[in-house]
Design a protein around this ligand. Structure first.
Ligand code: AMP
Ligand code: MG
Length: 348
């Protein structure tokens, strides 16, 4: 299959979206930009499309997909009911980087929900995404447009790296501005449970909903419990090299990271370091990755997946990372970074 990669412009936009919509209605796959990361879209109501998504990603089919909608009016048709909590969250955070888990309606195929009776729904805020969803019939099932196990793609070029020859079309809408996947909250349980941290933070959800529980498996990989969001059990985001996070006072972290980098170098390993812009040049690494200014979780979120991909592109074998601010949006950044490191954190 030849994958068409098309940069959306003012001139071609209407025609390209029409073509993308036709591909989707015929059961094909189109990758599209959203504000979080690029999505790999198929018709959410067509079981054959869901199967194709799993094949293209190389993803286990018990890992459910998120159904993307473009208007609130589209929601009642795919869920058993729209609870008050969902209405409240939608009015506050949709369109935006929030996914809600609700009881699914009959017409949503189990192929889309990984066999579950619940469905994950999100309304993205990106204008190309919204027009594309409309053109595709209103219900687009989409996981992130990466091959399973690789970091989610934040540019169309990264999508092409993973999906060239596997899908019909890639819509290039520039860089994903947020850079991390949506927050996921389960509204089928009482109290509602945060399953994946993101730009809509735990604090923001608590203000809207009152008590919010947090899936314990988010914090460490070896709690022995199965995560409530099925996809969270799979190895994710990990670079090919070994990644270790070091936490402690600034001086202790600098010393500990440099010690390990030098040891790696002595073993002839290519080394990398991930640190704030202010501190990154202190380290004795072959490759330096700046995550933005200290305390700027937004900058870190935008850069993280590009950095993890660049670690592979550069062939880095040992990567040391500072521990970044984990408040607010920082919780989402550290959730992904901890997973990428296989939960290998050293306290100094
Ligand atoms: P993504 O990682 O962006 O591909 O989004 C898909 C993720 O959403 C899955 O891996 C699950 O973790 C989560 N998810 C989707 N549907 C459900 C559901 N019905 N219940 C719980 N988690 C879900
Ligand atoms: Mg993903």
């Amino acid at each position: 299959m030849v994958t068409k990669v098309i940069a959306i412009s003012k001139e071609n936009r209407a025609a390209v979206l029409r073509e993308a919509g036709e591909i989707m209605k015929a059961g094909g796959l189109v990758a599209f930009p959203t504000e979080t990361v690029y999505g790999l879209g198929g018709d959410a109501l067509n079981p054959a499309s869901a199967k194709k998504i799993y094949e293209a990603k190389g993803r286990p089919s018990d890992n459910p997909l998120i159904v993307h909608i473009a208007a609130m009016e589209a929601l009642p048709a795919i869920v058993e009911e729209v609870p008050e909590t969902a209405k409240r969250l939608a009015s506050l955070f949709w369109p935006g980087p929030l996914t809600m888990i609700l009881k699914k309606a009959e017409r949503v195929p189990k192929e889309t929900t990984g066999g579950l009776d619940t469905v994950a729904v999100r309304m993205p805020v990106h204008d190309v995404a919204l027009d594309f969803i409309q053109a595709a019939g209103g219900y687009v099932a989409a996981p992130s447009a990466n091959r399973s196990g690789r970091p989610s793609p934040t540019t169309a070029a990264y999508v092409a790296e993973d999906m060239e020859g596997r899908i019909e079309m890639i819509l290039d809408g520039g860089q994903a501005t947020l850079g991390l996947e949506s927050t996921i909250v389960d509204l089928t349980v009482e109290p509602p449970m945060l399953l994946r941290p993101g730009f809509v933070t735990e604090e923001m959800l608590s203000v809207a909903l009152g008590e919010v529980a947090v899936d314990e498996t988010l914090l460490c990989g070896d709690s022995g419990q199965a995560p409530k969001a099925p996809g969270m059990k799979y190895r994710h985001y990990a670079p090919k090299g070994e990644l270790v996070i070091v936490r402690g006072s600034e001086a202790a972290v600098t010393a500990a990271i440099n010690e390990r980098l030098l040891a790696g170098r002595a073993e002839n390993k290519k080394t990398g370091v991930i640190a704030t812009d202010e501190t990154v040049e202190r380290y004795e690494a072959d490759v330096h990755f700046g995550m933005g200014e200290k305390g700027s979780a937004k900058a870190a979120a935008e850069r993280l997946y590009r950095i993890l991909r660049e670690c592979d592109d550069e062939g880095v074998e040992l990567i040391l990372s500072e521990y970044f601010d984990d408040e607010g949006v920082g919780a989402a950044v550290m959730n992904r970074l901890r997973k990428a490191a296989g939960y290998h954190i050293i306290d100094v």
